[in-house]
Design a protein around this ligand. Structure first.
Ligand code: HAM
Length: 438
């Protein structure tokens, strides 16, 4: 049988040599979000299709062109989630969380699926870190959400990412805007793509984020929502900006942000890298909960693309934690030594050290070679002599220096001390380089 060697287009494998970077990004984001009171929610990877039709919107690119939708064996229409907000909103509604203390703040790390043209930074399976806050209507909530997004970027060491904000109003002021857009696009409809022609009647705002270059060019000159905001929406937007100013969060007002999903109202924002890559997007969605059948509750949130965050971090030379390495490799010679090493490894691992020993039955030389390949920090060779005396040589694989150690819990305390010393030296190095920088 032929070997199946290719993953589907638009998907990526995260190999062990990189997964620690993903864990770092995810844990940093979740932990900073926790400081803001957001706690993790996990929702299914698939939902009923109508959830996304209702929330993301029938006329969006996501629903019209990009969803992975299929019928399950029970004849239900099922869709792999294209984003995290709809599932989170469905879950908090279904479990009655909105009937309890408000606001309800949830965070998530999820895989998402969109049948998009795959290219650098755009995948068919991608991952988002996101937060959603339900039951908060004050402009401070918008500013808090934005500040969380910025703090996560800061926590990951990203500085060259700009905050773009806009307001896209509420259904009442949007009606007038739709009219203006309709008039504008009607006069240019000969050049619009087929999908946008149907959007012209149903939802002209969606033409603004069509990915076709011609529609995009036409949309660039279209009227902007900010000129049509009602008094309440204008006041809300002004307050959000004041809150951001007060907190020293820099932003640019970008009237072209409309976001590609229908549920947004009022504040919308995007975080854009200096290379023009949108690493995060979000905003307010005060009509979403009622659209899903719940009692009206305001809401807002954002999501960051983890692949894109990692790309920008690599580009900007952001610092990642050190790749995990093996602290100690126990090299054994003979059956009795192998058993002793296994027992020792178990005890050291219980104490939290990263320890490996031979599980292949390799020769001494091959074990040493493997320890070297692993990048083991220390090795200990155990043979008959060491078994008899209960003592062995601990070798520092970087400096090559050796020292005699006991083959019992004494080894644990020595190893622990050495690892702590290394860690402190690392922190001292970091301080040194910061001091140099300052
Ligand atoms: P979105 O702008 O569609 O918003 O996606 C959020 C982020 O996910 C984007 O800024 C980007 O970094 C990443 N992303 C989107 N599509 C792809 C793709 N095909 N490949 C790689 N990365 C991608 C939402 O999904 C909203 N649910 C965000 C939100 C949460 N709004 C309120 N709460």
């Amino acid at each position: 049988m032929a070997l199946i060697t290719q993953a589907p287009r638009g998907t990526q494998d995260v190999l062990p040599e990189n997964s620690y970077k993903w864990q770092y990004v995810e844990q940093t984001a979740l932990s900073i979000a926790r400081d803001f009171g957001f706690h993790e929610i996990r929702t299914p990877v698939f939902e009923h299709t109508n959830l996304f039709q209702r929330s993301v919107g029938e006329t969006t690119d996501v629903v019209q062109k990009e969803m992975y939708t299929f019928e399950d064996k029970g004849g239900r229409s099922i869709t792999l989630r294209p984003e995290g907000t709809a599932g989170a909103a469905r879950a908090v509604l279904e479990h009655g969380l909105l009937a309890g203390a408000l606001p309800v703040k949830v965070s998530y790390v999820t895989s998402c699926y969109r049948y998009e043209k795959s290219q650098k930074g755009r995948y068919r399976e991608f991952h988002q870190f996101g937060v959603e806050c339900f039951g908060a209507s004050a402009p401070q909530a918008d500013a808090e959400t934005i500040s969380l997004a910025m703090m996560i970027l800061g926590g990951l060491g990203l500085s060259n990412v700009a905050l773009h904000i806009n307001s896209i109003g509420c259904p009442s002021c949007r009606a007038r805007y739709h009219e203006a857009l309709h008039t504008y696009f009607e006069a240019r409809k000969a050049d619009l793509c087929g999908t946008c022609l149907s959007r012209l009647e149903r939802n002209p705002m969606r033409i603004l984020d069509c990915k076709s270059p011609v529609c995009h060019g036409i949309a660039a000159e279209a009227p902007v929502m900010l000129d049509y905001l009602c008094d309440d929406c204008a006041e809300h937007f002004a307050s959000v900006k004041e809150c951001l100013d007060a907190a020293g969060i820099q932003y640019v007002v970008d009237t072209h942000i409309v976001r590609g999903l229908d549920y947004y109202t009022r504040t919308v924002f995007e975080l854009v890298s200096d290379q023009g890559l949108v690493v995060a997007g979000g905003g307010r969605y005060d009509g979403l909960v009622s659209e899903l059948g719940g009692a009206a509750q305001p809401g807002l949130g954002f999501a960051m693309g983890i692949e894109r965050l990692l790309m920008v971090m690599e580009e900007q030379g952001a610092r990642f934690p050190e790749a995990p390495v093996c602290d100690l490799y126990l090299v054994s010679m003979g059956q009795a030594a192998a058993k002793r090493c296994f027992a020792l490894a178990t005890a050291l691992r219980e104490g939290g050290a990263t320890v490996e020993c031979d599980i292949v039955g390799r020769s001494l030389k091959a074990q040493m070679k493997y320890a070297d390949k692993l990048g083991a920090r220390y090795t200990v060779v155990v043979g008959d002599n060491e078994l008899e005396t209960g003592r062995a040589q601990l070798k520092d694989m970087t400096s090559g220096s050796t020292e005699e150690v006991p083959l019992d819990e004494g080894l644990y305390s020595i190893l622990r001390q050495k690892l702590l010393d290394r860690e402190l030296a690392g922190v001292a190095d970091l301080f040194g380089s910061v001091a140099e920088f300052v």
